[in-house]
Design a protein around this ligand. Sequence first.
Ligand code: ATP
Length: 305
Amino acid sequence: MLEFDGLRKSYGANQVLDGVGFTVQPGSMFGFCGSNGAGKTTTMRIAMGLVLSDAGEVRWQGRRLDQELRRRVGYMPEERGLYPKMKVGEQVAYFARLHGLTAAAASKASEEWVERLGLGARRGDAVEKLSLGNQQRVQLAAALVSRPEVLILDEPFSGLDPVGVDSLAEGLLDQVRTGVPVVFSSHQLDLVERLCDSVGILARGRMVATGTVDELRRREAGRLLRVVVPDAVPGWAAALPGVRVVSEQAGDTLLDPAPGTDDQAVLAAALRTGRVTHFAWREPTLVELFRGAVADPRTDEEVAA
Ligand SMILES: Nc1ncnc2c1ncn2[C@@H]1O[C@H](COP(=O)(O)OP(=O)(O)OP(=O)(O)O)[C@@H](O)[C@H]1O
């Protein structure tokens, strides 16, 4: 298990991380979400020993990550760490050497990964000649070439076109299938929802939500009730107790009932205004869950409780 435990970090008076903790199971993909400046990069840099935390630690299989253990971690930094003039194959081999492979093993591994990530034809080209998407693939090859036990990737999908996203996603899923825990940060929540077994949302220096997307959905907050009554009297739901009308258009009404509201009472009221053709809880998208978690200050207290 990969564990981030109680990480704290301040820059002067700016407390960036205030006890960040989450776990990632082997063979699972964790989507690390949060607004700009929430502290995702800082968290990942702490894991890699590039930033010192004020408190807390990151563990892999129960052992605190140190420089030796970090050689088993594949890391893609946000600022990307490629040498523009170096050739693709040499670049990937260079990273393998940094992780302790012999020259011969590094060269063989580089060849294999360059091929696997679809860069075979570009092996001899300087990195700077590649498109952004292909440079991203080189970066992934650099992270994978040492056959890491853990992957920590800072916004690996940013800037990729849909084909690039799919091929990178496939590469990461391959790793997950072999038992590697993968953590990646992203603002592309549709992608996180599609790929990740679990998700963490960072806000105000803490994890305000963690779990599978389904678990986050099952929490009552954020669920909306959609009621369609084509011939409804406009405003029919406005006076229902405990119910906020989110939108109402031509008999199609979206309601946000307070926790504990009796949905059958809402149905009865709908039936009084006309024939009900649709009545269902609508599951929030990850984007809606994210907005709710990031915007609601009560979540901090819930986490602290
Ligand atoms: N070296 C530093 N010195 C001072 N403040 C810093 C430093 N590095 C990061 N910060 C601050 O820490 C906060 C968190 O930054 P971080 O880059 O970790 O966020 P992030 O969640 O990765 O953001 P983004 O999604 O925009 O990449 C920001 O307020 C940032 O200004």
